[in-house]
Design a protein around this ligand. Structure first.
Ligand code: APR
Ligand code: ZN
Length: 241
């Protein structure tokens, strides 16, 4: 039996299945991962350096502009065959991605560990703010964030930045699902950002089988029962039937 068949059988026989996804899941939809070099106007910035509370404090318009650019980008692209395969599975879906591509492919109840581009909130009082209408044509670069309707402070992206806590309820549900899982599929994550990277390790530690889909080796390789070196859009439709 080859590795793909083996993976397909594990998945078909799973009682409690979890799928855990990272930026590589959306790469074939045209969304750059965090380790890809940025292009155009954003080429001189480092994506990781824009994703901090300090960066937003220093230059709110730069950080807000970056996230609005990304929101408009993910709105323009479509889910890929990997998202579609995952949507056919009866599973708990945990994602680090802040796009809505899993939902747009038909997945429900997605656990967003790192928040969403579509749920901005006030940077001071946390009141939710509607995402502004797409400013198509306004170009890349800095944009002044809207003012909170409640307290007038700048609105911030509804994502989790480096140094910030993950939403507690979401993290709890994710860890519970990972602990109960007999099979977990980890897709397109570098496995270096914690605590998210703990999720597949929890399953492995408690005796579940972890299947990894990633064209490259990651620090998660060693806890995985199967390492499938291919892309999400290529491999997932083959192992999910
Ligand atoms: N299919 C599957 N995997 C892919 C593909 C693809 N088509 N293309 C790239 N990958 C893999 C890369 O090999 C890499 O291991 O996806 C991974 C992407 O890594 P990162 O960009 O670091 O994304 P991720 O692991 O999701 O980042 C975690 O870090 O920047 C923060 O909060 C942000 O949620 C993000 C977190
Ligand atoms: Zn406010």
């Amino acid at each position: 039996m080859n590795t793909l068949q083996h993976a397909a059988e594990l998945i078909a026989g799973a009682q409690r299945l979890v799928v855990f996804t990272g930026a590589g899941m959306s790469a074939e939809s045209g969304v750059p991962t965090f380790r890809d070099a940025l292009t155009g106007l954003w080429a001189r910035y480092d994506a990781q350096a824009l994703a901090t509370p300090e960066a937003f404090q220093r230059d709110p318009a730069l950080v807000w502009g970056w996230y609005e650019w990304r929101r408009e980008l993910v709105e323009r692209v479509d889910p890929n065959p990997g998202h579609e395969a995952v949507a056919r599975l009866d599973c708990t879906l945990i994602t680090q991605n802040v796009d809505q591509l899993h939902e747009r492919a038909g997945s429900e109840d997605v656990l967003h560990l790192h928040g969403s581009l579509f749920e901005p909130r006030c940077s001071v009082c946390a009141q939710p703010a509607p995402p502004p209408p797409g400013a198509a044509g306004s170009g890349d670069g800095p944009r002044t964030p809207p003012a909170c309707g409640n307290c007038g402070s700048p609105v911030r992206p509804g994502v989790v930045w480096f140094g910030e806590a993950l939403p507690v309820d979401v993290l709890e549900r994710a860890v519970e699902a990972a602990a109960a899982a007999d099979v977990l599929i980890t897709v397109g994550t570098a496995g270096v950002v914690y605590p998210a990277a703990e999720i597949p390790q929890v399953t492995a530690r408690l005796g579940g089988s972890v299947i990894q889909v990633n064209p490259q080796a990651t620090p998660l390789d060693e806890v995985c029962a199967l390492n499938l070196r291919g892309t999400a859009a290529e491999v997932l439709p083959k192992i999910i039937r």
